[in-house]
Design a protein around this ligand. Structure first.
Ligand SMILES: [Zn+2]
Length: 309
């Protein structure tokens, strides 16, 4: 039956009765590799998804290259993390790409934060005077699979709105992704069980959702506030805290200079782990599930619980 439909469609296209677009893949441009990976999960073969920032880059600070404009100019759907994660570079790209379809308010614009659990939301007036790059709550919310599930669902709904002819396929793909994620979460919970309550210090404040979901305890950060370089006074206080509270792990996002974390590790005996916060942070992290797989491998290795390298 499907073959017959395709044959009929090709005849209609040849006759010029249906635009060739009906066969073209939807082109999805995302700010991060995590969002592109989720778009691929639900879009399957009907979608080409490409990220702007790579997983090994700091998503707060990305140099806007002219080639990014080409991605946005042809996009049917643009997806951003939001909460001002990309405020330094995405809005000017969106304006300059001259593609009305993906401007805020249109179906081609999707802010992935809506509907997700957002932690550390400010309670009072938003104050940027100190340069805090998390003014509207923590924007690293994709690091909880529950939020990944919500993002995938919203991408599937939006793809279906833009391309109703494949709505059924997007729903099927979404169901497949959700099933794989549920299965993986059982494995991760089992791997994490002996590590629950482990105290960590992280470079950037990237991990509240991850820590809440999997039971790590984030005691402090090398950055005194997100996006603010550490002062010698802060490092002195932090070093004393790591020693006093016997914090075993320093988790450092791979895009930060490791010189200072290495010194803190030497001075305190804490173990330094380059901890990937995104798909693409390492070449072998290709999917959303890969990302968590790798994180649990690294955590277990660092604490001597894994025999694998
Ligand atoms: Zn951040």
């Amino acid at each position: 039956m499907r073959r017959l439909q395709r044959l009929l469609l090709s005849i209609l296209i040849l006759c010029g009765l249906v635009p060739a677009m009906a066969w073209a893949k939807l082109y999805v441009a995302t700010t991060t590799e995590d969002l592109a990976a989720l778009a691929r999960e639900v879009g399957g073969s009907f979608v080409e998804a490409t990220p702007i920032a790579r997983g090994y880059q700091d998503p707060h600070f990305v140099d806007a290259k002219p080639s990014y404009l080409l991605k946005l100019a042809r996009a049917d759907l643009f997806i951003q993390v939001g909460l001002e994660l990309e405020v330094a570079w995405a809005p000017p790209l969106l304006t300059n790409a001259r593609n009305r379809r993906i401007l805020p308010g249109n179906p081609g614009f999707l802010d992935a934060s809506e509907g997700c659990e957002i932690l550390q939301k400010p309670t009072g007036v938003v104050d940027r005077s100190l340069g805090d790059v998390h003014p509207f709550g923590n924007p690293h919310y994709w690091l909880d699979p529950a939020n990944g599930r919500i993002i995938a669902k919203r991408i599937a709904e939006r793809l279906a709105a833009i391309d109703p002819s494949h709505a059924e396929a997007f729903q099927t793909n979404l169901a497949g992704f959700e099933a794989r994620l549920t299965k993986a979460e059982k494995t991760w919970d089992a791997l994490m069980a002996p590590l629950k309550g482990t105290k960590v210090v992280t470079y950037h404040n990237s991990w509240p959702n991850f820590a809440k979901r999997f039971g790590l305890v984030v005691m402090n950060h090398i950055e005194p506030k997100p996006g603010i370089p550490p002062s010698p006074g802060h490092i002195q206080t932090l070093t004393a805290q790591i020693k006093r509270e016997r914090i075993p792990l320093l988790l450092v996002e791979p895009y930060f200079d490791v010189k200072l974390p290495e010194k803190i590790a030497r001075d305190t005996g804490a173990k330094l782990v380059l901890f990937p916060p995104s798909v693409g942070a390492e070449p072998e992290i290709k999917t959303y599930v890969d990302l968590f797989d790798r994180q649990f491998t690294l955590l277990r290795q660092a604490l001597g619980l894994s025999e694998t390298k």
